[in-house]
Design a protein around this ligand. Structure first.
Ligand SMILES: Cc1cc2nc3c(=O)[nH]c(=O)nc-3n(C[C@H](O)[C@H](O)[C@H](O)COP(=O)(O)OP(=O)(O)OC[C@H]3O[C@@H](n4cnc5c(N)ncnc54)[C@H](O)[C@@H]3O)c2cc1C
Length: 485
């Protein structure tokens, strides 16, 4: 940085006007913490632009004066990506005021928005026009579209609609030197050379700041059936998934695996939730099918139940008979995440495996965790239809914080080694950020490291934007390819 913090604040105040820059520690406090309560350092200041041109002005200024910066959305990423650095002060660029709906085209099934729009708002706007924006996740009341693009978010309906990568048609991005790339195209087909927008999707803000997004919409579902099914084990759940994919005419939109231990966590967080079935079962599947035209979903789901029972895959089940009952079933899915938060320090993961290997992986990983720490509780649930598990670990409550962290690190290392053996991924949702960096780098080939580092160099040669996320900080080109440990 070739300028003092007060000069940065003075110049950006002039650029953004009143309320555009926050500098007191009290005002900045909420920008230094994420959804889970994690903190690292304090921002140099927080810039809150309202337009793409303001974002470009801030970034150009930072580029000229070598001021480190990081984009921030709704703080729900949970891998430390959006949190300001603890070592070198960074300017946080919050997109929360860049939040206008730009254009909806219901015939083209597209919606153009500013990147700071909250996901739930986008879904509501689409619904007002009898359209559906299908990205659905627990954090949708807080996370922003820009954050969703930057992390290539997935959620509950990936098996039918794909991840953000499949849901974005166009992007507008401010590059690390302040130039604006306008790729706001609303084309469903476009094969002109390289697809630049894909570079920024999942780049976690390391290659540019996303300011505008053209989203792909779908017809709004008219009919929905939600069911919770008890199954004896993960293999039965996988068998039922295969049946459902083949018998539900591509209308299957969610297929979630929930072990009994997760139900208990949900009851801890929401004691008013009723146990959905009379007899407890080892595992449950929460599934949903939706249709936007006249289809007999009831018959479809009953046929699935019958076939599953005959195959010994289904023990019992409940089909929601009202929207309220369906919402209660989905509330279990939300509450079990809140229940984990009540247990303090724990390990959260978002791994992915080929779906066909999930049963063997599940058993092997459980055995390996028990061998290291029999008292640790495995909470493994997730989007089974995408091969994506949250294989989370609650350490024994009696350990102190340091001992818990040491144990969780050992368990995580072993878990990721098994994921690697199964040719899986250590991150299917939250991305790399800072917390998964070492494991990410360890899993790359030399060629992959080189290509990824060259890409970062091309876009951000001074390493000013989201430095130290995904790749280590480039303070010395000689240590370019080495991990931080
Ligand atoms: C309860 C809960 C449930 C969740 N469920 C899911 C799930 O089912 N599936 C899933 O995929 N994820 C899930 N997540 C993770 C999270 O919601 C997503 O990663 C989300 O996309 C992050 O968006 P955000 O706006 O909160 O981004 P932030 O957390 O603010 O930022 C995340 C990263 O994106 C960068 N960034 C943010 N905005 C921009 C921008 N405009 N331009 C460039 N970079 C930017 C940040 O620098 C950071 O690196 C869940 C999180 C929670 C708390």
């Amino acid at each position: 940085m070739n300028i003092s913090s007060s000069e940065v604040i003075y110049a950006l105040n002039a650029l953004l006007g009143e309320g555009g820059i926050l500098e007191s520690s009290q005002d900045m406090s909420r920008y230094a913490v994420d959804w889970a309560g994690d903190r690292l350092g304090s921002p140099l200041a927080v810039a809150r632009p309202r337009t793409t041109e303001e974002v470009a002005g801030i970034v150009e200024f930072c580029h000229r004066h070598r001021v480190p910066m990081v984009a921030q959305g709704g703080h729900t990423g949970l891998v430390g990506g959006a949190l300001p650095d603890a070592g070198q002060p960074e300017l946080v660029i919050s997109l929360e005021r860049l939040n206008q709906i730009r254009e909806i085209d219901p015939l083209n099934f597209t919606l153009s928005v500013d990147s700071g729009c909250v996901l739930q708002t986008v879904k509501d706007v689409a619904a007002e026009h009898e359209c559906d924006f299908p990205l659905s996740l627990g954090a949708q009341g807080s996370c922003q579209i820009g954050g969703n693009v930057a992390t290539n978010a997935g959620g509950l309906n990936v098996l039918r609609y794909g991840m953000m990568r499949q849901l974005v048609l166009g992007l507008e991005v401010v590059l690390p030197d302040g130039r604006i790339w306008n790729g706001m195209r609303a084309l469903h087909k476009d094969n002109r050379g390289y697809d630049l927008k894909q570079l920024f999707i999942g780049a976690e803000g390391t290659l540019g700041i996303i300011t505008g997004v053209v989203l792909k919409l779908f017809p709004q579902p008219q009919e929905t059936r939600t069911a919770l099914v008890a199954v004896p084990d993960v293999f039965a759940a996988l068998g039922l998934y295969a049946l459902a994919r083949r018998s539900c005419c591509e209308l299957l939109s969610a297929f979630e695996l929930i072990p009994r231990a997760c139900l208990e966590l949900a009851f801890e967080a929401a004691p008013d939730l009723p146990d959905p079935l009379e007899t407890p079962a080892p595992f449950y599947v929460l599934l949903e099918i939706t249709a936007s035209g006249p289809v007999d979903l009831e018959a479809m789901i009953e046929h699935l139940f019958d076939s599953g029972m005959q195959a010994g895959q289904v023990l019992d089940g409940v089909l929601a008979s009202s929207d309220a009952q369906a919402a209660r079933l989905w509330r279990i899915r939300e509450a079990m995440v809140e229940g984990q938060q009540l247990h303090g320090e724990h390990l959260r993961t978002d791994i992915a495996l080929p779906i066909s290997t999930l049963g063997n992986f599940f058993n092997e990983a459980n055995r390996a965790m028990a061998a290291i720490s029999p008292q640790t509780t495995v909470i493994a649930y997730g989007h089974l239809g995408d091969g994506n598990l949250h294989f989370n670990l609650l350490p024994p409550a009696e350990l102190d914080l340091t001992a818990k962290r040491v144990l969780l690190h050992a368990l995580e290392t072993e878990l990721f080694a098994i994921v690697e053996d199964y040719q899986g991924s250590i991150s299917a949702e939250h991305g790399i950020g800072r917390t998964k960096q070492t494991a990410f780098l360890d899993g790359l080939s030399e060629l992959e490291r080189e290509l990824i580092s060259d890409l970062k160099q091309l876009f951000d040669p001074d390493d000013l934007m989201a430095a130290g996320r995904i790749l280590p900080r480039v303070t010395d080109p000689a240590i370019h390819y080495q991990s931080q440990e």
